[in-house]
Design a protein around this ligand. Structure first.
Ligand code: ATP
Ligand code: MG
Length: 574
């Protein structure tokens, strides 16, 4: 299948530049074609920026880079709220071959120091707040040469460059020639992973592994095309922001951006959907879990809570519970949530897609063109229903291979790049994702858990996701985290940390008997609604804040597992 632009994402092209081959393509077709709708925090100021605008502005910024000595192959960390400059600068970097490394505004000084050091970034671009953080650590970052501030008054005395003042000196129609040595496999972008299982890993993408291959994400999962307006809730520092940007523009659709700087609030999300003609939404499962709560469901049914133009909803990043998909469909009058699976390391490789029916609780089928499989330890594809490793098979040579995944992790001390591709016993090569799933008769993938999170109990292997999803069906449960807890006879038992609704929490507060009764009720509920051997033998009721989460909101099960180990050792030492 051809992508919306005349470059196919299924064959590695001999030359490709996202700025010239994608953005200028749409700009030339229609100079008034909107690439980005932007609104500020209060929803009062709005902007419509065209593909032509981004084409022109990115040439101008790339020229500025040249005058500042920022060149092809340099790494530039960018940290800013969702302001249009982020996309202008991102496009200028791809045009010039400057490796853009977006990070989240939530980072503190030491996180910025770590990222500047391990990425060897020469350039830091940020809003006033992030620049202040950067200045506090810059003396410990020997590669850093240039600091650019996007807003406010830059401290030029400290050597900070005021972006807008510097750009003002470059003619608005400045030409810029893409460097001849910038090829489809040249370094393109760096992202840090979410850090769910350990310190965030530095992932290097090429000029095509994200910028072109995400055309597949846009076509098959997000169902984007000219005329569609896509709102992705995640923050700019996560790979998902690049998923949104690159897939939307490859498909000639328009991005919608709300420069939201406040903590997530369901009402505001609904107000935005009501006020603007957004057709397509992507939110993480944790957001959908909030949106389907009773009080929000009621609001959704009112005139000011109803989405204006929404037709397609998507989720990714964490397992999406079946019950949430069903409730969302009910409350929206039939809109399903298309769950999809991918990593910072990959584009969306598995997705519920418009051409297939959505199976709630499943992450859908491999995206066309992606050699995604479930394999056993020897590299053989498992039978339907049999759990195995989710893997991308590396086959083909020359331009005929799937290229929508990373170049490798950059080793922070040596700078070497490791693509983690392994040859298994059957002689085939794979990129092993570290996640486990099974595939059903129809080819749908069902997520089991991260390989390290799968619980081994008396010879049974139990995926935490299924138990968490079962618990979520119970009206007293808001959220849970399920891990293996050490056990002398069973090796591990299933332990659930459960966050209760306010009502349920009030019912058991200070009443041990009521808590024990609710524990039994939840256990019986799990036995009835999932295979009985999977029920949580141990349940602990906790406050929402007790669950350790990454800054992007993912549950760090590994920490809870370690907590259980520590408790077990302490008990046995007594
Ligand atoms: P780290 O690699 O630093 O531990 P991380 O794996 O959470 O962090 P990301 O690249 O942001 O970093 O997340 C990718 C992971 O998120 C996947 O490997 C998978 O475990 C999980 N994931 C993504 N999408 C889904 C989905 N639809 N269903 C279940 N899990 C998902
Ligand atoms: Mg990971």
């Amino acid at each position: 299948m051809a992508s919306s632009v005349p470059v196919s994402p299924l064959r590695l092209p001999s030359s490709f530049n996202f700025a010239t081959d994608v953005v200028e393509y749409w700009a030339q077709k229609d100079p008034s074609h909107v690439a980005l709708y932007w609104t500020d925090q209060s929803l009062s100021t709005t902007k419509q920026l065209t593909y032509s605008h981004f084409a022109r502005q990115s040439r101008r910024i790339a020229s500025l880079w040249a005058t500042l000595g920022i060149k092809q192959g340099d790494t530039a960390i960018i940290i800013s709220p969702r302001i249009p400059e982020w996309w202008e600068i991102g496009l200028a970097c791809l045009r010039a071959g400057v490796v853009m490394c977006p990070c989240t505004t939530l980072l503190v000084d030491k996180d910025i120091e770590y990222r500047l050091q391990v990425s060897h970034a020469t350039t830091f671009i940020g809003d006033a707040t992030s620049v202040a953080k950067c200045l506090r650590v810059s003396s410990k970052c020997p590669n850093l040469r240039t600091i650019i501030q996007l807003d406010g008054v830059a401290d030029t005395g400290a050597g900070v460059i005021d972006f807008h003042a510097a750009l003002h000196k470059i003619p608005s129609d400045a030409p810029f020639r893409v460097p001849a040595s910038l090829g489809p496999q040249s370094p393109g972008m760096i992202f840090f992973t979410s850090g769910t299982t350990g310190p965030p890993k530095m992932v290097l993408h090429t000029q095509t592994s994200y910028p072109l291959a995400h055309a597949l994400t846009g076509m098959h999962w997000l169902d984007l095309a000219p005329g569609k307006i896509y709102w992705n809730l995640s923050e700019q520092g996560w790979a998902k922001a690049a998923w949104a940007w690159l897939s939307t523009w490859n498909c000639g659709a328009s991005l919608f951006v709300h420069d939201d700087r406040l903590p997530f609030h369901p009402r505001r999300t609904m107000q935005v959907l009501n006020k603007f003609p957004i057709t397509t939404l992507c939110a993480p499962p944790t957001v959908y879990r909030q949106l389907v709560l009773e009080e929000n469901r009621r609001y959704f049914a009112t005139a000011e809570g109803k989405p204006r133009a929404l037709t397609h909803c998507c989720g990714a990043g964490e397992p999406l519970n079946e019950s949430v998909v069903r409730t969302w469909k009910e409350m929206t009058g039939g809109i399903e949530i298309f769950d999809a699976y991918g990593q910072t390391e990959t584009i969306v490789v598995c997705a519920n897609q418009k051409v297939n029916k959505v199976k709630p609780g499943s992450m859908g089928k491999p995206v066309p063109g992606v050699p995604l499989v479930v394999v056993d330890a020897d590299g053989n594809v498992t039978d339907p229903g049999v759990e195995g490793d989710i893997a991308i098979e590396i086959s083909g040579s020359g331009s005929h291979h799937f290229f929508g995944f990373f170049e490798g992790y950059i080793d922070k001390s040596t700078g070497k790049i490791d693509n983690k591709i392994k040859t298994l016993a059957n002689g085939k090569k794979f990129f092993l994702t570290g996640d486990r799933a099974s595939r059903d008769q129809d080819g749908y993938f069902w997520f089991v858990g991260r390989a390290d999170d799968v619980i081994n109990s008396a010879g049974y292997r139990i995926g935490p996701f299924e138990v968490e999803s079962t618990l979520k069906l119970h009206p007293s449960v808001v959220e849970s985290a399920v891990v293996g807890s050490p056990d002398a006879t069973r090796d591990e038992v299933v332990k659930a940390f459960v966050v209760l609704t306010d009502n349920a929490a009030a019912r058991i507060a200070g009443d041990a008997e009521a808590a024990a009764e609710l524990t039994r009720e939840l256990q019986e509920f799990c036995k009835r609604n999932a295979a009985p051997y999977k029920y949580p033998r141990k349940i602990e009721f906790v406050e929402a804040a007790f669950l350790p989460k990454t800054i992007s909101g993912k549950i760090k099960r590994a920490e809870l597992k370690m907590l259980e180990r520590r408790r077990y050792q302490e008990e046995n030492a007594r």
